[in-house]
Write a protein that binds this ligand. Structure first.
Ligand SMILES: C[S@@+](CC[C@H](N)C(=O)[O-])C[C@H]1O[C@@H](n2cnc3c(N)ncnc32)[C@H](O)[C@@H]1O
Length: 179
């Protein structure tokens, strides 16, 4: 795993935003470096991945869902979470579903590879690399607390990462026509 098997420092930096016992969706969770870390902090995690073998050992810690996120229907229709986490995974058609899976006032935490990564290794295909500023489009309508686009070390890699908060229940949009 680029960056190692320990939890992303971005997740660790922002996890204090999650309320105690928060429900967290870890999308494309893989072998669960974040699922394990979050479950250990008392959060109720749902991990989704197509890799059933990777999810198997995680089922004692969390809800696990085996699903092909790119070739099948959205596996969690109607479900909403206090936080949605996506790291080292990009499939653009999922952006609306990710937004819809975020509860009122929920926290979106993302970190994945960006254009420029080609200089350092995989992934190198443009379909798996965020365009400049693209992660901000995922957060349209959310309150962006932090956004970075740059190089990380260990190993060197180019990423965008973002943390954003959904409007609370009943909040009126500050954009659009007056009521
Ligand atoms: C680079 S790993 C990232 C794992 C984890 N998010 C992390 O940062 O440690 C990418 C993950 O995406 C999953 N994945 C790739 N394509 C998928 C698909 N079509 N549906 C579900 N999961 C997929 C892989 O199985 C893999 O676990």
């Amino acid at each position: 795993m680029p960056g190692g098997a320990s939890p992303s420092d971005w997740l660790q930096r922002w996890a204090h935003l999650l309320p105690a016992g928060a429900s967290v969706l870890d999308l494309a969770c893989g072998s669960g470096r974040h699922l394990r870390w979050l479950a250990g902090r008392g959060h109720r995690v749902t991990g989704v991945d197509r890799d059933a073998a990777a999810l198997g050992p995680l089922s004692a810690l969390a809800e696990t869902v085996v699903a092909d996120l790119e070739g099948g229907p959205w596996p969690l229709p109607g479900r909403r979470f206090d936080a949605v986490l996506v790291t080292n995974y990009l499939w653009r058609p999922l952006f609306p579903a990710l937004r819809a899976a975020l509860a009122d006032g929920g926290t979106l935490i993302c970190e994945t590879f960006a254009e420029g990564q080609q200089a350092f290794g995989r992934p190198s295909r443009s379909e798996f690399l965020l365009r400049p500023g693209e992660l901000l489009t995922l957060a349209a309508g959310l309150h962006v607390l932090a956004y970075e686009d740059g190089l990380l070390e260990g190993p060197r890699r180019r990423v965008q990462r973002l943390v954003a908060i959904a409007p609370p229940a009943g909040a009126r949009s500050l954009v659009g026509p007056p009521a």
